[in-house]
Design a protein around this ligand. Structure first.
Ligand SMILES: Cc1ncc(C[n+]2csc(CCOP(=O)(O)OP(=O)(O)O)c2C)c(N)n1
Length: 564
């Protein structure tokens, strides 16, 4: 341990930092520990990588996730052994399932201390294996360069995902040949090494699209991840086809345009958007897993109701939930652009006013509630006021509970590209605050707003200190109702109002935030909400608006069914 190293060599910890730099990493989110001391020392000495100290590892991973979504680069987080690994895990699994490249590094007890009841010893290899796309535990320093090259290649090629590397204490101190420290920097961004679809299948898909009477696109996160927005719009215009999205697909298309249907499914869809799905005779799923929420448990579309073209970079996706007429395997941008080429000169003229009618009907119901001066404040009013206040380029991050379904349904994304996201893989409460911080660090010139329920607030409040310490002008909005409202609404509709163990006490979140040094407002009166949000959003430091809201079990459901 701590042997002097030769000049042609780096220490393992130095090599890790150099490998991160070689892949273009400029920020790491994380939290210190005994086993991380060599890594921290290397980060300090080798400069250039900014370290964002977080208050727990879960939020470090959520920050890395939000950062990756907005920067298009791999998000990196780190923590120590034992609890540092178990705490980082929730963020890592969310990123992996959401196809976001996040690299987590947990330092570990020395290789020489393994199997001796060493404090914090944990089988990180087995723990992380089912939760990541790729993971490794380093046993020798010489392997550091190739392990990091493999991690980046694995995270950003094909279906993007998370990777985990465990870095033992003595491995951080051992030697690495300087000449081994190199990388392909393009692997630091995603998607890298795009793959194109089979031309024969492209022709088949084009044939189906030419014949379709009522084609519809349902876009998942894959369109935004691949940057395929303009190829999608070109194709939708050629076919005069409506474009619906999942929650993660919001931003595939400017939601103000005639083609946009909005979000479909059981967490943000409405009867009007469902009707558009039911009317289609050909559905093109793009970068979408056609999971339970998007399809309302595989009922919309119903099996056999429409022909299916399924575009996905992951060959395992098409055919999993629907009988697919044509699977197109490849990067969404390359697949859509191949379809555009195959349909060159084709134009299906069709009137989209029926889609507009559906949207009008949906927003009429919404606005009637959004303009209400009732107290407690209706969730619709919160969406309405934020929509009025935020610029077109703002980023909104929504937690589960009230925020996700309401903002997914009614917050209109003005422009294509990532402007709205939620943690749709596991939907764990308490994601938005930290993911919003990560998003802001990636896009500091754009306003970021994180919207959460009070259940979520209880799970992430510690990171307010991080926002204050770094003076981040992020606005946090708490929908305050002293209840795990989404679940109580499920007890109302599915269990005959037998409410059980879902209510908790009232907290003044504005005062809590103030104690951290966050400028805060607590709003009861709907007439005062707009002004409070406007001032909070314009402020040049962290702000929080605590809105006393109608609980979900008393509100009109934004969807027909509560349990996906
Ligand atoms: C970590 C975690 N635990 C439990 C759940 C299950 N769950 C989904 S929504 C919800 C209620 C959310 O409550 P709150 O954040 O107060 O928002 P509200 O529904 O009241 O708007 C719960 C407990 C979850 N999504 N994540």
């Amino acid at each position: 341990m701590n042997k002097p190293v030769e000049l042609a060599t780096l220490t393992g910890a130095e090599a890790v930092v150099e490998m991160l730099k070689a892949h273009g990493v400029d920020v790491v989110f994380g939290l210190c520990g005994d086993t991380s001391l060599p890594l921290y020392d290397a980060l300090a000495r080798l400069g250039s990588i900014k370290h964002v100290l977080t208050r727990d590892e879960r939020h470090a991973a959520y920050m890395a996730d939000g950062y990756a979504r907005l920067s298009g680069k791999v998000g990196v987080c780190e923590g120590p052994s034992g609890g540092g690994a178990t705490y980082i895990l929730p963020g890592l699994v969310e990123a992996n399932e959401s196809s976001i490249p996040v690299l987590a590094i947990n330092t570990d007890v020395s290789v020489s201390s393994r199997g001796k009841f060493t404090l914090t010893e944990l089988d990180q290899r087995t723990l992380m294996k089912p939760l990541t796309k790729w993971n490794a535990v380093l046993d020798r320093s010489a392997d550091i360069p190739k392990v990091f090259r493999k991690a980046f290649e694995s995270m950003t090629t094909g279906r993007a995902g998370a990777a985990h590397v465990a870095l033992p204490f003595d491995v951080q101190n051992g030697p690495v040949e300087r000449s081994d420290v190199w990388a392909d920097p393009t692997l630091g961004s995603f998607p890298s090494r795009r793959t194109a679809p089979d031309p024969a299948l492209v022709e088949l898909a084009a044939k189906l699209l030419r014949k379709a009477k009522q084609p519809l696109f349902i876009c998942g996160g894959g369109v935004v991840l691949s940057g395929a927005e303009s190829e999608l719009l070109d194709l939708a215009e050629k076919l005069s086809a409506p474009v619906a999205t999942t929650i993660s697909g919001k931003g595939s298309v400017d939601e103000r345009c005639a083609h946009s249907v909005g979000v479909v499914g059981s967490n943000g869809g409405t009867p009007e958007t469902r009707a558009v799905v039911d009317a289609a005779d050909l559905i093109v799923f793009v970068g979408c897993r056609a999971g339970s929420v998007t399809t309302e448990r595989w009922r919309h579309p119903a099996a056999g109701k429409a022909r299916i073209i399924h575009i996905d970079v992951d060959p395992a996706v098409p055919g999993t939930n629907y009988k697919v007429d044509v699977p197109l395997i490849g990067d969404a941008r390359l697949c859509l652009s191949a379809l555009n080429e195959a349909l060159e000169g084709h134009r299906r003229e069709a009137d989209l006013s029926w889609v507009d009618e559906k949207k009008r009907a949906k927003f009429e119901k919404f606005e009637a509630l959004a303009r209400s001066d009732d107290t407690p404040i209706k969730p619709e009013r919160v969406v309405f006021e934020l929509q009025k206040t935020l610029g077109a380029d703002a980023i909104v991050v929504a937690d589960p509970g009230t925020p996700c379904p309401y903002f997914s349904a009614y917050y209109v994304v003005k422009g294509a590209g990532r402007r709205y996201f939620s943690n749709r893989a596991h939907g764990a409460l308490g994601y938005a605050l930290a993911a919003g911080i990560g998003a802001h660090i990636a896009k500091p010139k754009v306003k970021t707003v994180a919207v959460m329920g009070d259940g979520s607030f209880g799970m992430c409040v510690g990171e307010l200190e991080t926002a204050v310490r770094l003076r981040l002008p992020v606005t946090f909005v708490v929908i305050s109702n002293a209840v795990y409202g989404w679940i109580k609404a499920g007890q109302k509709t599915g269990y005959d109002r037998r409410y059980f163990s879902v209510d908790f006490g009232v907290t003044d979140h504005a005062r809590v935030a103030e104690a951290f040094g966050v400028k805060s407002w607590r709003v009861f009166d709907p007439a005062k909400l707009g002004a409070a949000l406007k001032t909070a959003i314009a402020h040049d430091g962290p702000t929080l608006v605590d809105i006393v809201c109608q609980p979900l079990h008393e509100a009109r459901a934004p969807v027909s069914e509560w349990v996906a």
